[in-house]
Design a protein around this ligand. Structure first.
Ligand code: CMC
Length: 483
């Protein structure tokens, strides 16, 4: 394509930049040569307008609510496929033949154990440790037990991929057993991917877990719906970490860490916290909606950077949720509250004018709850589902001959050059936050203040230790050693 984009800048200067078009007609200005030719950079905070790579894995149209893996609509994959097939599709680009699927499933099963010595690591975590913290640590530790050669053959790459897809699931189940203080249950060669996970979670030496095909299907579909979502926060973390040529276990661990946050994968826990809070307070949800509109809280499971209409995954989740909760003995009053919240929000101009619709997380927590998955494992289930997507992106990047280290630039807005101030000449008046931002005394503009209510709820679940009563920031008079 020969279309060009011309930018006027400075004193009558002009630069022409090539346009590029994706296979679904998405258009972009290619600015790869901008700085070299003009000295200019672009500023796009939070990457709202920036394409960070070319990728052939997932197509997403946020305006139309379309999601496809390797060209296949998510709706078809969710109803007709299995998670392991989808993992293969994402990784290798085509749906597997029966022979290829057998080989891939066999490899996953053969790779499901973790080194026996790693089981001792679990003992060192405190009992209330969040399973996401355990998962990210353990996945990074896999690199010590399964070292990755610098030059990987195709076979070694296949093995590393199988290790991660399979072992993330084993670690997840082991971390739950650690949390509840039960012996760990080993994976079994006889069980399929999801059944194996549920068995490791819920069987014990004294009781066999009875598989329910509807729960197995629901979890399988959940994993498919979470398997990839192009350049989201955690996948970008994976690509950025991988671009330094860090080993693949460290790369996936970085993805897990990025996923943990409540704006991303942590939102599925947040939705259940909200529903629980509404049930406990006896509100019908309207007060919560008002608080959300007044920016006191966020309605978790609502809104999306890319979707400006219904998230297609949310529609499937909602149907699945109804199906599961309609089973005898599985009713959950929280679904009525969720539906009322959705209805109230979708008839309110605040949400409509901002294109805030339910996302994948809005109904997924209810499905996991119905399946018996404990609250603090919800984001871990997201991580199990997303691992094939992360690996597909890592693999795509690894095989891209033009791949270079990711290294964005910035516009520096700090103080200009100044002279060093000796300790005895420095005034107080504030502190530096953990993120390095200087917070003047009395400044309440910290964005995290907004999420206090969610943090309180989580703290009540004992995932975050409460600060000591006199947790004052250390100022100049603090007795903490400096240096
Ligand atoms: N509740 C209330 N207001 C909201 C919400 C919400 N959930 N989401 C966005 N807004 C408002 C926001 O206050 C802002 O209003 P204004 O224009 O008056 O300043 C406007 O909508 C745009 O929001 P934003 O924060 O600039 O949008 P973003 O694209 O930066 O953030 C988001 C996207 C998903 C982080 C955000 O919508 C959110 O925090 N949602 C709740 C958390 C959540 O459900 N996350 C899971 C996302 S899907 C799973 C995944 O892929 O991770």
């Amino acid at each position: 394509m020969n279309e060009q984009c011309t930018i006027n800048y400075g004193d009558n200067k002009q630069v022409s930049l090539p346009m590029m078009v994706g296979s679904e007609g998405e258009r972009a200005i290619d600015i790869s040569t901008l700085r070299k030719n003009t000295g200019l950079i672009t500023l796009d905070e939070a990457y709202v307008n920036t394409g960070s790579c070319k990728s052939a894995i997932t197509y997403l149209d946020g305006e139309k609510g379309i999601l496809r893996y390797r060209g296949y609509p998510i709706e078809e994959l969710a109803t007709k496929s299995r998670f392991v097939e989808v993992a293969y599709l994402l990784m290798y680009g085509e749906l597997p033949t029966p022979k290829e699927l057998d080989a891939f499933s066999g490899l996953l099963n053969n790779s499901s154990l973790i080194h026996e010595d790693m089981r001792h690591f679990f003992l060192a975590f405190p009992n209330h440790a969040h399973p996401m913290g355990i998962l990210t640590t353990m996945v990074a530790s896999l690199s010590s037990f399964y070292p990755v050669p610098e030059e990987m053959s195709d076979e070694e790459e296949r093995q590393v991929i199988a290790n991660l897809v399979s072992q993330v699931r084993t670690i997840a189940a082991f971390s739950y057993k650690k949390f509840i203080g039960e012996p760990m249950i080993y994976p079994s060669y006889k069980l399929r991917f999801v059944e194996n996970f549920l068995n490791m979670m819920f069987s014990s030496p004294v009781q066999n877990y009875q598989q329910d095909p509807d729960i197995v299907k629901a979890i399988d579909t959940f994993l498919i719906l979470h398997a990839d979502h192009e350049q989201n926060c955690s996948t970008s973390a994976v690509r950025i970490t991988g671009s330094s040529l860090a080993n693949v276990y460290a790369v996936i661990s970085a993805g897990i860490s990025a996923l943990w946050g409540q704006r991303h994968g942590g939102a599925n826990q947040g939705v259940i916290s909200i529903l629980d809070e509404i049930v406990t307070s006896g509100d019908d949800g309207r007060r919560f909606i008002e608080d959300a509109k007044n920016k006191k809280v966020r309605l978790m499971g609502f809104g999306h950077r890319v979707y400006k209409t219904f998230d297609p995954r949310a529609k499937i989740m909602k149907e699945l949720c109804h199906k599961l909760l309609n089973k005898p003995g599985m009713a959950d009053p929280m679904i009525d509250i969720a539906m009322r919240l959705e209805e109230t929000a979708l008839s309110d101009d605040y949400f409509l004018s901002r294109n805030l619709y339910p996302n994948v997380d809005f109904y997924s927590g209810l499905i996991l709850k119905a399946a018996g998955i404990p609250f603090n494992m919800f984001t871990v289930l997201f991580a199990i589902g997303r691992t094939p997507g992360w690996l597909a992106h890592w693999r795509e990047m690894r095989h891209d001959k033009d791949n270079r280290i990711s290294r964005p630039r910035q516009i520096y807005v700090g103080p200009p050059m100044r002279n060093y101030i000796p300790m005895d000449k420095r005034a107080g008046g504030g502190r530096t936050s953990l993120s390095g931002r200087f917070i003047a005394d009395g400044d309440t503009s910290n964005p995290f203040v907004k999420s206090k209510r969610f943090t309180e709820t989580v703290r009540n679940e004992r995932f975050i230790p409460a600060p000591p009563p006199d947790n004052k920031p250390s100022g100049p008079d603090s007795s903490i050693a400096r240096g």
